[in-house]
Design a protein around this ligand. Structure first.
Ligand code: ZN
Length: 54
């Protein structure tokens, strides 16, 4: 599952969220700090996350 990076436009908090493209479409991404929906996706290249396939 890809890891997305977001930045809150209100408090400037950056956070990452692991979600599928489908989840991305139907789920609102909230800032974990101020709970604002006003977040933008930050494209910052690929993360090398070692994930176990289960
Ligand atoms: Zn925020």
């Amino acid at each position: 599952m890809p890891l997305y990076e977001f930045q809150c436009k209100k408090c400037n908090e950056t956070f990452t969220k692991k979600m599928s493209v489908k989840e991305m479409e139907k789920e609102k991404v909230l800032c974990p700090k101020c709970k604002s929906e006003d977040v933008k996706k930050v494209i910052s290249g690929f993360y090398s996350v070692t994930s176990k396939k289960s």
